[in-house]
Design a protein around this ligand. Structure first.
Ligand SMILES: Cc1cc2nc3c(=O)[nH]c(=O)nc-3n(C[C@H](O)[C@H](O)[C@H](O)COP(=O)(O)OP(=O)(O)OC[C@H]3O[C@@H](n4cnc5c(N)ncnc54)[C@H](O)[C@@H]3O)c2cc1C
Length: 469
């Protein structure tokens, strides 16, 4: 008979849940992970971070070959899109990632249970299998890591064919003529970029008066300018109030956000990307008395304990940014605290990246936040137009901006828009994590010629002494 008694049962095998399961197993716990999807890895590996990045990279290469290699003296002709090949690349990347988690579970002796988990009582999880049969597993601790789901928009019914969520937008059967993206956040811009590069006309409709609304204001303004130049159209301060599928197309009704005359927009495909909501459906939380907040996220303390002893929660299903690496950090801390260790997460040091071209990356506070908090700060900025490596790459758009405490020089926030911003931000995450000053950054040698010299120069600009500007 299968083992049904564990030290920890994790519900959900996304980056939060599978990482927590592995860390707990490393610490000597007997761990089971209940996942209703046939493959491991959650939203991130199956229908999120990984497939979207596979399509972003592939579409970037296509666009580069078609439009940008000539400027380097590389002549290419007859560049064609092999749509099936592009999708195959994405599917293979997903497959190798999800099977990688299977391997890690086996290696760490984590028991994988296929089915939908619900909490019967503290210490008992009921698993319902696809065929309707059930199994009870017991554990000292239960960790909820059920993640999030697409946020619906009233009046716009997702059918995953004409009106799609991010999941459907990763599976389109052909390049649409006109793709309308509702929502100018990270997911909308990334997937909008993919289809725009492949030849679609893309219109982004955003309720607020700017795209990437949680990012530093200067960064969101600059990114809109750059994406606009690439051909993406933006309709800001506008709300979609209805959508009707007619034959091969969709008619959207759009109004000014503040109210006013409605207009209609025709689209071949509509992508609803207005955000995600915590996934708590069918978990039995009400019956066991686990408290939720006003946005139906599971409430926890800073060590991820819920109000019910022995029940913990991490990742997208609790408060905070919906990011895979944030879920992973929380999974590790939760497992270590369960094992009697201590743990802490500095949320100011968790980066956010938008994998468009150029990339956008951020860590710590924005200028708007520092102003609102009344913190005296100095800003240093350096443009990639003045960076040798960026010039050699024909990638001179964007800048690095560092915000440091006016008195102590401690780095409080950093924002990059530019090629490889997502890789470069890590230096600044380390600076925030270690409480480094901008002087610490510029006294550190940066290899020449690299894009990271722009970070050093931005740090020098905080002190009013950049060399190359
Ligand atoms: C298109 C897209 C692109 C993204 N790109 C990025 C990116 O580049 N970088 C980044 O950091 N983040 C990205 N994200 C966000 C990222 O995917 C999430 O933040 C991350 O997956 C959250 O991890 P999690 O473990 O909390 O939950 P999830 O990954 O959502 O995993 C939860 C799992 O729990 C399972 N589950 C739910 N309920 C039950 C139940 N009752 N029983 C059994 N199983 C259950 C689900 O099937 C799922 O597999 C992206 C998201 C999307 C949609």
């Amino acid at each position: 008979m299968a083992d049904t008694q564990f030290d920890l049962v994790v519900i959900g095998a996304g980056p939060g849940g599978y990482v927590a399961a592995i860390r707990a197993a490393q610490l000597g716990m007997r761990v089971a992970c209940v996942e209703m999807r046939k493959t491991l890895g959650g939203t991130c590996l199956n229908i999120g971070c990984i497939p979207s990045k596979a399509l972003l990279v592939a579409s970037e290469k296509y666009s580069e070959a078609k439009h940008h290699l000539g400027a380097f003296g590389v002549k290419v002709s007859g560049v064609e899109l092999d749509f099936a090949g592009l999708m195959k690349h994405k599917d293979e990347v997903v497959k190798s990632n999800v099977t990688g988690v299977d391997f890690l579970f086996k290696k760490n002796k984590v028991t994988r249970i296929l089915g939908k988990g619900s909490i019967k009582a503290a210490g008992t999880v009921l698993v319902t299998k696809e065929d309707g049969s059930t199994e009870e597993v017991t554990a000292k601790n239960i960790l909820i890591a059920t993640g999030s789901d697409v946020m619906p928009l009233p009046g716009v019914t997702i059918d995953e064919k004409r009106i799609v969520s991010s999941t459907g937008a990763l599976e389109l059967e052909k390049v649409p003529g006109h793709l309308v993206v509702i929502g100018g956040g990270v997911i909308g811009l990334e997937l909008g970029s993919v289809w725009q590069r492949l030849g679609a006309k893309v219109t982004v409709i955003e309720y607020l008066d700017r795209i990437l609304p949680t990012m530093d204001g200067e960064v969101s303004k600059q990114s809109q300018r750059i994406f606009g130049k690439q051909g993406i159209e933006f309709k800001l301060s506008s709300k979609v109030t209805g959508a009707t599928v007619e034959g091969e197309g969709v008619t959207l009704t759009v109004e000014p956000a503040k109210g006013g005359a409605a207009e209609t927009i025709q689209a071949d495909i509509v992508l609803v990307a207005i955000g995600r909501r915590p996934y708590t459906e069918g978990l039995g939380l009400e019956a066991v008395g686990v408290e939720l907040d006003e946005r139906r996220r599971i409430k926890t303390d800073h060590h991820f304990r819920t109000n019910v002893a022995g029940i913990w929660a991490i990742g997208d299903v609790i408060a905070g940014q919906m990011l895979a690496h944030k879920a992973e950090e929380e999974g590790v801390v939760a497992a270590e605290v369960m094992a009697g260790q201590s743990g802490h997460i500095n949320y100011d040091a968790i980066p956010g990246v938008v994998y468009t071209w150029p990339e956008v990356a951020t860590v710590g506070k924005t200028e708007e936040q520092l102003k609102a908090e009344g913190v005296a700060y100095k800003a240093g900025k350096f443009p990639f137009t003045a960076n040798g490596r960026a010039r050699s790459m024909n990638a001179t758009e964007g800048f690095v901006k560092i915000l440091a405490d006016a008195k102590t020089d401690k780095v409080l926030g950093a924002h990059i828009i530019g090629a490889s911003a997502g890789e470069m931000i890590e230096e600044l995450c380390l600076a925030v994590e270690f409480g480094a000053s901008s002087e610490d950054i510029y006294r550190t040698s940066h290899a020449h010629p690299t894009l990271t010299e722009a970070i050093k120069e931005a740090a020098m600009a905080v002190a009013g002494r950049p060399i190359h500007m």
